[in-house]
Write a protein that binds this ligand. Sequence first.
Ligand SMILES: [Fe+2]
Ligand SMILES: [Fe+2]
Length: 415
Amino acid sequence: MGIAFFIGFLLVFLGIDIYILRVYFRILESTLARRVFQYLYVITGIIAYVGVINIYLSRAVFENESFNASIFKNVTSGVFFAFFIFKLLLASYLFIYDLYRYIKYIILRIKRKKGERKVNLKHRRKFIGQLGLIAASVPFASMIYGITKGKYLYTVKNVNLKLKNLPDAFKGFKIVHISDVHAGSFDSKEDVQRGIDLINTQNPDAVFFTGDLVNNDAREITDYVDIFKSINSKYGKFSCLGNHDYGDYKNWGSEEAKQQNMQLLFQQHKDMNFELLNNESRRIHKDGEFIDIVGVENWGSLGRFPKIGDLDKALTNTENESFKILMSHDPTHWDEKVLEHQTHIDLTLSGHTHGMQFGIEIPGFKWSPSKFIYPRWAGLYEEKNQFLYVNRGFGFLGFPGRVGIWPEITVIELS
Ligand SMILES: [Fe+2]
Ligand SMILES: [Fe+2]
């Protein structure tokens, strides 16, 4: 973020604060209530400003001190984010109410007959102000929960998949699917270990990780290699790359440094006992039968995401009729390339969307703003007798929390 953009952002934020303060100064009748509101608002506001300015100015310090986020960094940026949304919602609500009042005022003035009393605009109902505060407090409290608890609230999603082409030997085969670790955002080894323990209690036959191991730099995973190495699997652990794994969002200074980072990342997949499949395949044998495991590099249709996933190349050593599980980080690849492909891919595993780390999920209903960007944003999809599963992600990125869309461990039983 450039300095001009950052200052502009702070000015907008300051404008919102002044507007809200003015409104509540008029609404609150007693001097005591005004004083309490004023002090609370100004003190919390200063904490939020200091937090975000500190994060902006000390980005380099954070990067040098560790490749993983600190609890301080995550909490300060998270709380600022929560305040920002709280104030934005409250200001929007008050603004709509103000607009309504002004329109009403203009209409009443036009209709006013001679000799009638003047229309009074100053009256602003106390109830409206209180309702606004209560309404905006709900997402605020949810976000504080998301920052402190939600981001490590690992949730197991069980899926039973009936697949026509599945060899008999693999009926009941249990796979665990995780995605989007984003190790640079982690601030607690203990919490991550809990997630890994939960994977191991599932007793998986095979484990699949569908990319975005790090945010920018392979060194983010260094302190977590042993933890991910401890994932147990009877028939192997397989992985593919995500858009964040290429180091494209960091200035490396030289192409050589960027290449060295890639080499380190490859080594780390090995150290964690994951077989990284870059446009290639492996075969799992069981009781005289086999299935093909295919992995492609990142292929995304939106934005600047790399389009280097090569399904043709990845399928080179597979048999046309074999049962196939494909790992492809970005779910747009499924619609654009996989479904169209002449080779039938029984099951594709993806991630990338994070379900925007925000939404509502209750049995039989799920919603997230993510759906406006990615039509296939979470869960199971079926087209032309082929399945896609989009994992909501194990980690988090940007907003250091999760609200409603919890970190996911998918357990798929093939049958
Ligand atoms: Fe991701
Ligand atoms: Fe991604």
